[in-house]
Design a protein around this ligand. Structure first.
Ligand code: TYD
Ligand code: MG
Length: 465
């Protein structure tokens, strides 16, 4: 009697163990290890197949025609790097309810309108539900082909029959299952095997395939992470529940840039493309309030103005709180340390909260100067000029360092009616109303001079700066 071989696989990172344990040693997650049939036991009674010979091809072969197919949803195409590449597989991840299905039905409809065959396979919703959504989005007339299916073999067979679709959407990979493995849908083994089958189909047929993957923090459902290295591109769709802004970001892209973002707004009629995100992110500005600074940033190739809000308040706790939304907490700690060490700003008795407006996440070090300005503005109760933007990297010595793409930042600021810019020294001649600051201490002293609240110990110490 052959013993049924099983192994224990972490549903979060895919690490394999010989027996069950509560915590995965590889990724540190708890309760993520589940029993699955091991790969060897999956095809009982079948001898290993002898390999078939195939022809090797030179690198300089004839390339395919039309290497990219633009979907027509400009913000989506911007993130993929200009459209779908033939035979490529793309993973779209995001929290449940963020709008992945909505985005993809809109993309499928846009492509169908351009007379390309696009197929939408839903494993989560019935055809009627998908139709209902399309109706709400005003897309009922688009010639997207629908199915509610979860069996990979059936899907691949159906897609391979007749004209090859240009785009296939699988919503979601966690609901798919293949006969080849025994595990339940949603487990790492199933997700991986299903993805593999679809990737093979894409490479063979030339169709572009989009896999939807839910990201769950508790690790109960197999994270699409195990698929990330198998696909050509990984996009993540992000947003704050309370905001209607949605940001599409490329996490990995074999055929394009990874720093571009696409901005959408969730409306009653589906996702609306936001061609000029700066206007949107600044639309709710609280003019004249202390603790806010406008940061002139760059996301990918596009300048983006966004408001950085800070609140500095006396603490009632032994260890003051530092809370950040939308920015790197380590950079905040660094800026706070520089403010203390070089500008005489005492913050150890204050709670510090920093928020990037609109639910955007900033990664650029160029935001240092804007964050510092907002912090000092809040502490000193000194509103910053409403028509000024800030950018520049702060070094540990307190110097303000130049950043890339100054001209693009200033141009965007000018376009949106900002008359002044506070920027690193040397960004010079580009605009008349540009104020260059060489050190953070200079800026701090200047903001504090207009303050309605005296900064304890601060003004005196920074006077020399
Ligand atoms: P959905 O695309 O189903 O999310 P996902 O596939 O990522 O789970 O979107 C669900 C949310 O979007 C839901 O909370 C309702 C909202 N929504 C709108 O606000 N307007 C719309 O036109 C649609 C279709 C959805
Ligand atoms: Mg969905």
């Amino acid at each position: 009697m052959a013993r049924r071989e099983t192994s224990f696989i972490c549903q979060n990172c895919g690490a394999v163990y010989g027996r069950w344990q509560g915590k995965c040693d590889a990724c540190g997650e708890w309760n993520t290890i589940a029993e699955e049939a091991s790969a060897r036991a999956q095809m009982p009674g079948r001898a290993p197949r002898k390999g078939r010979l195939f022809a090797l091809e030179p690198l300089a072969g004839a390339a395919h025609d039309a290497p990219r197919l633009a979907s027509g949803v400009a913000e989506f195409d911007r993130v993929t790097g200009g459209g779908f590449v033939r035979g490529s597989v793309l993973l779209l991840g995001g929290d449940p309810g963020i709008g992945k299905s909505t985005l993809l039905i809109q993309v499928a409809a846009a492509l169908a309108r351009g007379r390309h065959r696009s197929v939408y396979i839903s494993g989560e919703e019935a055809v009627a539900q998908v139709r209902l959504r399309a109706e709400r989005l005003g897309l009922s007339s688009a010639s997207v082909e629908l199915a509610a299916e979860t069996a990979i073999e059936d899907i691949v067979a159906t897609l391979g029959d007749g004209e090859t679709p240009r785009l296939v959407i699988i919503d979601s990979i966690q609901t798919m299952w293949t006969d080849l493995v025994e595990s339940a849908p949603g487990t790492v083994t199933q997700v991986r095997a299903s993805a593999q089958a679809l990737i093979r189909f894409a490479k063979r047929s030339g169709a572009a395939v989009i896999l939807v993957g839910h990201v769950t923090k508790d690790g109960q459902i197999a994270g699409p992470r195990v698929v990330e290295h198998m696909v050509d591109a990984v996009l993540s769709f992000e947003g704050e529940g309370s905001h209607q802004f949605r940001i599409l970001r490329a996490v990995k892209n074999r055929f394009g840039p990874t720093d571009e973002i696409g901005v959408f707004e969730m409306t009653g009629g589906g996702l609306r493309e936001v061609a000029n995100p700066s206007e949107l992110f600044l639309s709710e500005r609280d003019l004249g309030a202390p603790g806010t600074a406008v940061f002139a940033g760059i996301e990918g190739s596009r300048p983006l103005l966004v408001e950085i809000q800070a609140l500095v308040a006396p603490t009632s706790l032994g260890t003051p709180r530092r809370a950040v939304v939308g920015w790197d907490p380590n950079r905040l700690s660094m800026v706070l340390a520089v403010l203390e060490a070089h500008c005489g700003v005492r913050l150890s008795g204050h709670d510090v909260y920093l928020n990037v407006a609109g639910g955007l996440r900033i990664q650029e070090p160029a935001a240092d100067l804007a964050a510092a300005a907002a912090l000092v503005s809040s502490l000193a109760d000194a509103p910053l000029p409403a028509d000024a933007v800030y950018f520049g990297e702060i070094s540990l010595s307190g110097a303000v360092r130049p950043v890339a793409q100054t001209a693009a930042r200033l141009k965007e600021a000018q376009k949106l009616g900002f008359a002044r810019a506070v920027a690193p020294e040397g960004s010079g001649e580009q605009a008349p109303a540009l104020k260059c600051v060489g050190s953070l201490a200079t800026l701090v002293a200047e903001i504090a001079a207009n303050g309605r609240r005296r900064m304890e110990n601060g003004r005196r110490n920074s006077a020399g700066g």
